[in-house]
Design a protein around this ligand. Sequence first.
Ligand code: IMP
Ligand code: MG
Length: 204
Amino acid sequence: MPSPTPPPAIPPRDIPATTPEPYASDIARVLIEAEAIQQRVREMGAAIAQDYAGQRPLFVGVLKGVLFFMADLLQAIPIPLEVDFMSISSYSPETRDHGMVRITKDLDTPLAGRHVIFVEDMIDTGLTLGYLLRILRSRNPASLHVAVMFDKPSRRLLDIPTRYHGFRLPDLFVVGYGLDYREQYRNLPFVGVLAPHVIAARKD
Ligand code: IMP
Ligand code: MG
């Protein structure tokens, strides 16, 4: 059963005192606290476990952003399952706009006949995921569904049917819980918005 998508909840929250510098001063505000993330992941895991009992589903993710979500999600799914990862890189800034990516490390596991859940940290335009799903579908899985933690629907260019959702986000660049800015901030346990002095230096 699809998990319900919660409304965007974005009141200002304090940056946890445990946040190290320079991370603490680079974050303007916390959007989703660590506890809320963990609670939501447990709910998603419970829904998936119920839907896939007896099917030994295969969870597939793209490194590196999904690492944290994947690890927490799988521990919240108390049924036999398997996991595999792939890596991609954009051909160029131009082709990135079309979602065309190069697979730099493919999955080790054949998908034919498997019940596959594509786990994604963030859907923004949807172009990357749309492209990858076409490739995975061509490998003839028995089923293919998407579990996404963070979703920016206002940025969508390609409609992607998702079965399990974490949080909807406004059109802001965020970091934490696997999401990076120039490879930094992935290990923050919450999701936050970068401070203006960091964004001013941003080129994308
Ligand atoms: P898209 O859906 O093809 O636009 O690409 C989504 C990917 O862009 C995600 O998997 C992230 O890696 C990256 N991304 C999009 N928005 C953010 C953000 O706010 N912070 C960090 N990475 C982001
Ligand atoms: Mg990603």
